[in-house]
Design a protein around this ligand. Structure first.
Ligand SMILES: [Zn+2]
Length: 295
């Protein structure tokens, strides 16, 4: 039985309409669920019950239980030494050629797509290869738990690497359809006014989340909020230092509002592929600046 089958079975058995709603019933239900998952030998539940931080993984990642936690296999692997920044390097002509080829490939796959206030997406744009994300905060919208296939794989690798450093990072939202963004935007405008909303939220069509390449993350240390404080947490610092290894960039860095159009967002990461991510990190660029550089 794989994870999805198990979830479906649980939904049927427990007759609850959605998996996330049952967590809201509290700790007894979540512990019961943890136990059932473990007895079924199927799913993995990681995180602290009191935070409802439950993450589901495939059975092949299941290895054992520590306290109330079930630990994915990869967490057990020895820790890698991770440095803060890419090592200084001299690029040979051969490497530069390889780099260019990789960037060309990524551009063709759409991985380097630019979406911002001046480069909107079509209303009906929807990636074809949306793939379910395994590590998520359960109390957020289920329809946003997807990324494009390659980005989803890279995101899983990144979260698993963070786990090896004993940090638990979850996705709060990833893919958002045009209509979902429209609903969000309208609610922000209603509560904050249009001018204020435009500094932190995208209008429909102008959100990177519609590409399926962007992901918002958080952690228990900030109670799963999307807040500037996340940048000061161990999880936020780890991501800022290491995301490039998995092809992600911190899309809205501090002090780049005039280039990106958005305030600092230590929780928003964008998949651009490993080659672009390393170059962007190494040269301290935004995606906008990088795309001009390689034009
Ligand atoms: Zn975001």
């Amino acid at each position: 039985m794989d994870l999805q089958e198990w979830i479906n079975k649980m939904k049927k058995t427990l007759q609850w309409p959605s998996l996330s709603s049952k967590f809201l019933l509290g700790i007894t239900a979540t512990l019961l669920l943890t136990e059932m998952a473990y007895l079924s030998g199927i799913a993995v539940v990681c995180g602290a019950p009191e935070h409802k931080d439950f993450l589901f993984c495939d059975s092949d990642r299941l290895i054992g239980v520590e306290g109330d936690y079930v630990i994915p296999e990869k967490v057990k692997e020895s820790k890698e030494e991770l440095s803060e920044a890419p090592p200084e390097r001299e690029t040979t002509a051969g490497e530069a050629k390889e780099e260019n080829e990789a960037l060309k490939d990524d551009a063709e796959k759409g991985t380097l797509i630019l979406v911002n206030k001046t480069h909107p997406l079509e209303k009906n744009y929807q990636p074809e290869d949306l793939t379910a994300i395994l590590y998520f905060a359960v109390d957020r919208s289920e329809e946003c738990r997807f990324m494009r296939k390659e980005a989803a794989g890279a995101f899983h690798e990144m979260v698993e690497a963070a786990r090896r450093d004993e940090l638990s990072i979850v996705m709060t939202t990833a893919y958002r359809s045009y209509s979902f963004q429209q609903m969000l935007w309208e609610s922000y405008v209603a509560s904050e006014g249009e001018e204020a909303a435009a500094r932190f939220s995208a209008k429909p069509g102008q959100s990177e989340h519609q590409t399926g390449l962007a992901v918002d993350v958080s952690a228990a240390s900030v109670d799963y909020r999307l807040t500037d404080e996340f940048g000061k947490t161990e999880e936020g610092k780890w991501l800022a230092a290491n995301a490039y290894r998995y092809g992600f960039i911190l899309r809205y860095p501090k002090g780049a509002e005039d280039v990106t159009g958005y305030l600092y967002e230590p929780w928003h990461f964008r998949y651009v592929g490993k080659t672009a991510a390393a170059l962007i990190k190494e040269n301290d660029l935004t995606l906008e600046e990088f795309l001009i550089e390689i034009e």
